[in-house]
Design a binder for this molecule. Structure first.
Ligand code: PMP
Ligand code: GLN
Length: 387
C-alpha cells in the first residue's frame, strides 16, 4: 500500500457490519435505515432510467439537481446561490469530503477537525498530504459534548489552512449552537481560514420549542459565506444512503476547487439518480422533518433502554446516534466490548476509540436509532438478557 495510506486502519464500519452479518446480530452500528426513503422518489429514478438518463451527466451535476439544491438552501437558510457556479453534485458527501481536501489542502497544510471525527476525514486529510489537528469535544455538565473555543484557538498555527467542521455531529449528536459557530467563525476570519462544513444531518435535529437546538449552517454567519464550502447529501435526509448522491455549495472559487479535483475522481456522478434527488428536495421538502419526528421517539426509546441497562447515555440533539459510556457496565475498552458484543448479546455497536487521537474515547460506544422500533426493542431485549 502506498505511503499516503500508511497508518490508516480499515474503516470500523466495514468490520462491524461484517460481524453483524456473520453472527446474525442486530446491527445498531453502521448508520443506515432499515426502511427506504419515499416511494415517489424511487419511481422518479426508475423513470429516469427508462427514459434514457443513462449517459454521463454534466461534470458539476444535472442542472435540475443543482437548481433544486440552490432552492433548498434559499428556502431553509436564506442563502442565494448561483446553481451553475456555486453548486456541484458529488457521489455522496464522501466524495465531497475527498474532493474538498484534494482541491484545497496542500502538503503540510494543517486541517482542524472536531474529535471524535468521522473516519473519512482522517483518511482524506492524509491522502491530500495535510496534517490533522484535533480539537476535542468535551462532555459537559449540562449533557452532551461541547466545543471549547479556547481549545480551538490553541489549535491554530501558521500552517493552518482550514477547519473541517461537522454539525449536527457524528458520532456525538452534538448540534453546535450559534454561539459555538460564531466562535469558530471568529477564528476562521481572524486567521483567514476556509471552513468545510459537513451538514449531512442538517434536518435530523430533535429539539422542540423556541430554544431548541436547531441546525445553523456556518455559511449563514456574517462574513462566512465567502470562506465556507458546505457539503450535504440525500442519504441521511431521505433515507437513501445507498444512492450516494451528495452536493457541495458555496462561493464559486471554493466550489471550483472542489470540482477541479472531482473531475479526476469520478468526472461525474450517477445520472439517473440526480433528477430523482431533485424531485425529493423540491416536492418532498418536509419529508426529512417528518423522519426526524419519528427518529425522536426512537432516540428516546433507545436512550432510556440503554440507561436502564447501566450505561452512561448522552441524549443527542441531532443525527441518529447516541454515545454511551460503558464504564457503568464494568467495561473499559470499547473496542474489546464491541468485538465481543455480537457473541455475548447478538448486537453490534461502534467503538469510538478510532475516532480519537487521544484516549478520550476508549470507553465510549455509539449506537444508532435509525432502525425500526421493533428492531431497537429487540436489541434492548437481547442486551438485557446477556450477562
Ligand atoms: N459525513 C458524515 C458525518 C456521515 O455520517 C456520513 C455518512 N453518511 C457521510 C459524511 C457520508 O455521506 P454519504 O453517504 O452521502 O457519502
Ligand atoms: N455515516 C454512517 C455512519 O457513521 C455510515 C458510515 C459509512 O458508510 N462509512 O455510521
Amino acid at each position: 500500500v502506498a505511503s499516503r495510506l500508511h497508518g490508516i486502519p480499515p474503516t470500523i464500519f466495514t468490520e462491524m457490519s461484517a460481524l453483524a452479518l456473520a453472527t446474525g446480530a442486530v446491527n445498531l452500528g453502521q448508520g443506515f435505515p432499515d426502511v427506504d426513503g419515499p416511494e415517489a422518489v424511487i419511481k422518479r429514478a426508475v423513470e429516469a432510467l427508462e427514459t434514457g438518463a443513462n449517459q454521463y451527466a454534466p461534470g458539476p451535476g444535472v442542472p435540475a439537481l443543482r437548481e433544486a439544491v440552490a432552492r433548498h438552501q434559499r428556502r431553509h437558510y436564506g442563502l442565494d446561490l448561483d446553481p451553475m457556479t456555486q453548486v456541484a453534485v458529488t457521489t455522496g458527501a464522501t466524495e465531497g469530503i475527498a474532493a474538498a481536501m484534494l482541491g484545497l489542502v496542500d502538503p503540510g497544510d494543517e486541517v482542524i477537525v472536531l474529535e471524535p471525527y468521522y473516519d473519512s476525514y482522517v483518511a482524506m486529510i492524509q491522502m491530500a498530504g495535510g496534517v490533522r489537528r484535533a480539537v476535542t469535544l468535551r462532555p459537559s455538565a449540562s449533557g452532551g459534548f461541547r466545543l471549547d473555543p479556547d481549545e480551538l484557538r490553541a489549535a491554530v498555527t501558521s500552517r493552518t489552512r482550514l477547519i473541517l467542521l461537522n454539525s449536527p455531529h457524528n458520532p456525538t449528536g452534538t448540534v453546535l449552537t450559534r454561539e459555538e459557530l460564531t466562535a469558530v467563525a471568529a477564528v476562521a476570519i481572524e486567521h483567514d481560514l476556509v471552513v468545510v462544513t459537513d451538514e449531512v444531518y442538517e434536518h435530523l435535529t430533535y429539539g422542540e420549542g423556541s430554544d431548541a437546538p436547531r441546525h445553523v449552517p456556518m455559511a449563514t454567519l456574517p462574513g462566512m459565506f465567502e470562506r465556507t464550502l458546505t457539503l450535504s447529501s440525500l442519504g441521511k435526509s431521505y433515507s437513501f444512503t445507498g444512492w450516494k448522491v451528495g452536493w457541495a455549495s458555496g462561493p464559486t472559487a471554493l466550489v471550483g476547487a472542489l470540482l477541479a479535483a472531482k473531475q479526476w475522481l469520478t468526472f461525474t456522478s450517477g445520472a439517473p439518480l440526480q433528477p430523482a434527488a431533485a424531485y425529493a428536495l423540491d416536492a418532498l421538502d418536509t419529508w426529512p422533518t417528518e423522519l426526524a419526528a419519528e427518529l425522536r421517539t426512537r432516540r428516546d426509546a433507545l436512550c432510556a433502554g440503554l440507561a436502564e441497562l447501566g450505561l452512561g447515555v448522552t441524549v443527542p440533539d441531532g443525527t441518529y446516534f447516541t454515545v454511551t459510556d460503558i464504564a457503568g457496565l464494568g467495561w473499559e475498552d470499547g473496542t474489546t466490548f464491541c468485538r465481543a458484543l455480537p457473541e455475548r448479546a447478538g448486537v453490534v455497536a461502534i467503538p469510538l476509540q478510532g475516532f480519537y487521537d487521544s484516549d478520550a474515547g476508549r470507553h465510549l460506544v455509539r449506537w444508532t436509532f435509525c432502525k425500526r422500533p421493533a428492531v431497537i426493542a429487540e436489541a434492548l431485549d437481547r442486551l438485557a438478557r446477556s450477562d
